[in-house]
Design a protein around this ligand. Sequence first.
Ligand SMILES: O=C(O)c1cc(=O)[nH]c(=O)n1[C@@H]1O[C@H](COP(=O)(O)O)[C@@H](O)[C@H]1O
Length: 272
Amino acid sequence: MHFMQALQQAWTRNNSLVCVGLDPEPSKFPAHLQGRADAVFEFCRDIVDATADLVCSYKPQIAHFAALRADDALERLIAHIHAKHPGIPVILDAKRGDIGSTAQHYVSEAFDRYAADAVTLNPYLGRDSVQPFLDRADKGVILLCHTSNPGAADLQDLDVGGKPLYQHVAQIIARDWNTHGNCALVTGATWPEQLAEVRTLVGDVPLLVPGIGAQGGDVEAVVRNGCTADGTGLMISSSRAILYAGKGEDFARAARSAALELRDSINQYRKH
Ligand SMILES: O=C(O)c1cc(=O)[nH]c(=O)n1[C@@H]1O[C@H](COP(=O)(O)O)[C@@H](O)[C@H]1O
C-alpha cells in the first residue's frame, strides 16, 4: 500500500498521531534481557506488540542497530511489523543524502533490503540526490526541514533573501519535489513557531515531529501549530520516553502506558 494511504488509515484506525521511535540502547534494557543473544530484536518486538493499536507509525533509527551489528535484527523487526501489524507504516530513520548513483543504493537499502515504507533524508545535496527516492511513488520521502536539536538554528535559520533557509526548503519541497504526493517534512517539536510557519507554507503535507518526551517539546504547541484542518497531518515521534518508561520485566506494559498517555494527551488538543 502507498505510504500516504497507510498513514492516513492508521491515523484514523488507531485514532493516533503517535509515532514510536525504535532506538535500542542495550544498557537501558531490563535486566532479564541483558546479555541475551537476540536482545535487540526481542526488546523492540515486545515494544511493538504492546503498542501497535496506539500508533500511526514506527520509526526505527538505523544507527542504533548498525552500531550494535544488529542490522539483521532490524530486518527481522520490520518484517515482524508488516506480518503481525499490517497497515502500520515503518519509517526508516536513516537521514541519507548523496549523489544520484550512491542514492540509488540507499533506495535499495531502505525499500528493498529493509522493506521500509518511508525513509528520512537530508535534502541539502539537492533534488537529484532525492529524485531516486521520489520516483518510488508508493514510498514516503521524509526530508529534514527544521530539526529538533539546539544547533538547528546554525544553518537552517540563516537568512536567505529575506527569509530563513528552512522556509525555502519547505516551499521548494512542497511546491516542486512533491509531484507524486509522497513527501513529508521533519520539523522538531522543540521549535513550535517554526513548526507553525512550515504548516502555513506546505498545506497538508505531513510533518514528522520528533522532540516530544526526552527532548522536552510541548505537546499542546505541536498539535495546535502543526495539525491540518482535519486534525491529522502529524507523526509525533517519541523514542526514549516510551521505550525506557519501565525498567523491569513489565517494560512493554510500561511502554504501552506511556504511548497511551501521549496519544491521549495529543488527542485532547486535536480537532476531530
Ligand atoms: O529524523 C528524525 O527522526 C529526527 C530528527 C530531528 O530533528 N530530531 C530527532 O531527534 N530525530 C530522531 O528522533 C529520535 C528522538 O528520540 P527521543 O528524543 O528519544 O524521542 C532520535 O532517533 C533522533 O535521531
